[in-house]
Design a protein around this ligand. Sequence first.
Ligand SMILES: C[S@@+](CC[C@H](N)C(=O)[O-])C[C@H]1O[C@@H](n2cnc3c(N)ncnc32)[C@H](O)[C@@H]1O
Ligand code: SF4
Length: 502
Amino acid sequence: MELTVLGQSQTTAPEAGGCASSGCGSNDDQLNHLPEHIRAKVHNHPCYSEEAHHHYARMHVAVAPACNIQCHYCNRKYDCSNESRPGVVSELLTPDQAVKKVMTVAANIPQMTVLGIAGPGDPLANPERTFDTFRQLTEKAPDIKLCVSTNGLALPELVDELCQHNIDHVTMTINCVDPDIGAQIYPWIFWKNRRVYGRKGAEILIKQQQKGLQMLVDRGILVKVNSVMIPGVNDKHLEEVSKAVKAKGAFLHNVMPLIAEAEHGTFYGVMGQRGPTHDELQELQDACSGDMNMMRHCRQCRADAVGMLGEDRGDEFTMDKIEAVDVDYAAAMVKRAEVHAAIEATLAAKQQKKNETFISLSSLSIPKKESRPVLMAIATSGGGIINQHFGHAREFLIYEANAHDVRFISHRKTDLYCSGDDTCGDGESVLQKTINALKGCEVVLCSKIGYEPWGMLEEAGIMPNGEHAMEAIEDAVAAVYKEMGEKGLLDKKPETKQRATA
Ligand SMILES: C[S@@+](CC[C@H](N)C(=O)[O-])C[C@H]1O[C@@H](n2cnc3c(N)ncnc32)[C@H](O)[C@@H]1O
Ligand code: SF4
């Protein structure tokens, strides 16, 4: 068997949403094998395509304050404008304000292709506000795809109305298919004008979710299922959830880590429930991926996020700044179409190069059986290239190079240490925290890096590398992996000098 680092061709074509082997390729290798009509729906959706998220942007509008269930991890009252996490918003909008904001953003950020309503509560628990926004946007901005993120309780009754709008995608949160586990996540649901508690409530919710999922699939809507991984509660159960939703026809599964902090005031936060470690999350995602197409680039966005995944430009488009702005949307659509065409040309050229590039491991000076996977952290501000200074990175993309493939694994958030104050109040420098966050990585690829972080990274056993600035991420990762092989660095795992992170 010939092993390749890049441009491998799979022998078994995965079906829609499936990958033939658990370790095979990236989400986009899988997407490339999709039927054309499905590819057309995902190629420019930053949440559905890992490749697209380097080039296309999304936005959420916060028009849906109420919710019809309670999750033990959710408290929408706590807001911090610096914080990016689901359920958090700075200003709640009316549908008219939301439409104005969407059209202004679309004119200013032409690569924005998707508008989602994801709260801060549940869009389908606020149907008038949600559908009024969709109705207006379907008419006034037909080039923007619309989507919702819902817990699914009200979905079956609203599916037909939802499908009348410019919607190809729906996200449903499904954390369990077993009501005993559901009872540990959902204290109550609001159903037929009364609260239903515990297992009984969870049972109703699960039934509605499964029914709604089936109805969406029957109508040709692509469904992404979000599951929050809660160690000790549903972590062992999520493989079963993945199989169940895949069997019903869900397109993509997004297993996300629980965020639980005492100051958020959630039940889990106050009770000290922990979220998963990076390794636990990746292990579960890998286990689910044998059967399902996995999303690994989710940034758990705010309900009013604007911009590329991982960035938030919401502050540029607050209502006080845009109320008086007049948008000529016909002209904006022309500009948007030009920008989208340019992005598509870039993506096609990238794919062509990927198909042509073939780095055979046989050219490495090491026996193949001894080669091992290597994690590399990438500083990028978008475009799929290495174009960010180490000290300016708010997050690092994590790629794994192995004997078969280069694949995207996850992202890791970090504090921005080039911001003046270099301590976090607990005596540990932000730079040290950043290095801790890169635990398990052996290389950092960035456009530039200062002497101090260079030295500290080396000391932690992570190789800093600024030699691949402005190169495509996957090409650079493959090249560095090849170099490591030639230097004999793939023979054995290096000693771990990195400190453990909580
Ligand atoms: C804020 S919700 C809004 C949409 C809808 N109400 C729902 O729950 O699907 C968006 C997503 O964020 C997730 N979420 C909310 N709080 C979270 C937390 N503390 N940790 C991890 N995920 C969370 C939800 O499970 C859901 O998938
Ligand atoms: S369904 Fe969504 S909005 Fe409602 S409590 Fe759960 S996470 Fe929060």
